[in-house]
Structure formats: structure tokens, C-alpha cells
Design a protein around this ligand. Sequence first.
Ligand code: ZN
Length: 374
Amino acid sequence: MSMPEEGNSISTKDDSNAGNISLAADKTNAHWAETYAKAGWKIFPVWAMDNGKCSCGGKPGCSPGKHPRTRNGLKDATSNITQVKAWWEPWPEANIGYRPAEDEIVIDVEKEGLDNGIIQELEKKYGPLPKGKASNTGGGGKHLFFRLPIDAPEIKNTARPFEGLDIRTHKGYVILPPSNHHSGNSYSWVEGNGFDIPELPIEWARAIARAQGVTKSKQTERTTKKIPKGQRNAKLFKMCSAARDKGKSDDLILKEARKYNETLCSPPLDDEEVIKIVTSSARFKHDNGTQEEKDDYVDVEEEDKGHAERLYPHWINEFRFAMHTGKWMHWNGQYWEQVTDQYAAKIASDILEDEFRAELGACGSGAISSATRR
Ligand SMILES: [Zn+2]
């Protein structure tokens, strides 16, 4: 496997991260896990391959060498060293799952995508991708890591917006080197690329969002047009509220607000003012967007526990969430096929509605559907 040489460093662009850390080659997964955690990367343990078999011993829903060893999977991802040691000391061979940061995406180019030249084709249309943190996957593909530009449209964690290419956001995960793969190969870092995460060119971000079905009108909400005096506070407040609706952390919202202010406000507001706006946006319970907009994307991670328990008996035989791909699968009677999040959400909503109808009996259907609508 190819590794950065002794003395190479991981450095991420994120100022909050620990800066440069020395890496040594030919160390265990446990060593690398600790190194990544020290660099501020959010990771969690994943079952590894052992003599051609998944070390889970064949648990239900096993995706060999790729599924989480902890109960909550990617939600457990952390850069807390104590936790990382607590995982990898008893499991030194565990593969390493990586949850991208909230403002980061990983372009997962499958072997097929490398073979069909999808990256080159897209580069011709949307400009060259900057070189940065990248790994060779065990399956013969590549993972390319990027920060999203501040004016990027929302990008989802989905498979195949383009043939042979998946997108992983903080709602999904990828496997990091030197984890092993069911092909018998291991993941490795692309040598010479370093560990800086370059910014994804805006044309790429827009193209990906378009391919994922984000409408033009939604995209134009976040234009690069300069925001003049008199509108800056309101726009910044709106941006913070939208970020809050997406469940972003205070730190990230402040970071984005500062960048938004610097990039788009003309002239930029004082930092003090930006902090005030971010703080006040936390105090408001707001309701952005129409019901229709909300319905077209239901976040499966936010499904509450009560719903999950109700759905489980129906769900397990018909629908499963494949953690390694971040996709819902549906048993069509012959094989598991991929379905869209929207389709899975629709079925979930139908099942819940039926249950409530049965339980509440006499209640009007209006009350029922509003109770099951998210
Ligand atoms: Zn397994």
C-alpha cells in the first residue's frame, strides 16, 4: 500500500483543526485512526475484512468490510482521542469510517467512473478540479475531498448524480486508508497530493446539485450577487436561519456567516455585527420554506425514535438503509434495489398514516395527515 512517508504531515484548511501532524508509514489502523482524530477528522470504527470474510461474522445487512462496528454508525463519528483509543485498542484492525465535515463533500469515483472518464468529461464542461486530499479505494476507484464554496447550492448525499460517481456529505461516510477491502486490496492515500482540502469550483457544485435534482429557483436563492447596504443584516440573518434549519452547528454557522459577509456583503459588516446576527438567529424558531419544499426531502437521520419503532416491523423486510452507500434499498421480491430518499419517505409516511388511522379511528383524516406530515 502506498502511504505518505515519515515526516509528511496532515494539515487541513480548517483553522479549528490541530494543524500539522507527523505520519509514519506501515502502522496499524489503530495508529492511523489516532492520527486522523488528532487532525480533527471525525471517524468511527468499521468492520474489516479477515481472511476474505467480513469480521462481523455475517450480521444481518452486512456490507463486507464497510459497515459500522458501533450502534449509531456515522453519528458516532468523533475526533475525540479518548473515544478513538477506546474503540481501536480492543479493535486494532477495525477499518476506519470517515464522516465528512458539514462544509465538505467527497466525490467517490468508482472504478467504472475512472474507466468511463467521467471526471475528464466533467472537467471539460466545468473546469479542472484542484489537486488535494485524495485516496485510492480498495475497489479500484478514488475518493476526492473538497470544501464547498460558501455560495454553493445544497448538495445531497446521493449515489450517481453522474454515471460511476457518488457524492458523500456529512450525512454519509467513506472508508479511509489503510482500511482493507473485500477485493483483497487496501485503501491508500494518493501520494504527493497532501492533505489540504481544496475548494470545489462553484461550477462543479452547481452541476452536482443540478444533477441531484435541485431546481433552478432554489439555486438562484444563493447567487453570488453582492449584497448592498440596507440588505446585509436581513440577508445574513436569513442565511443563518437556513443553516440552522439544516442542523448546522453554531461554530459552522458563524464560520459560514463570516465568509458570506466577507465574500458577498458590500461593504462587509463588522465582525461584532456578524456575531450578533448569528446569536440572534439562534433565538428565533423559524419556519422557512413551503411545505412542498420540505416534503421533497425528508432527512432519514432525523426520523424520530417513535417513528422508527413503528416502522421497524414493516420496514425491515421491505426496506433497508444501506449505511455504506447512504441509500435506501427496497426488496422488490427478487432482489434489493436502490430507491430514492423521497420514495422511501413516501412509503414511511403512508405506513405511519395507516397506523395512526387504525389507532385513532374516529379522528378525521385531516388531523391524521397533519400528524404524520413532517
Ligand atoms: Zn459484516
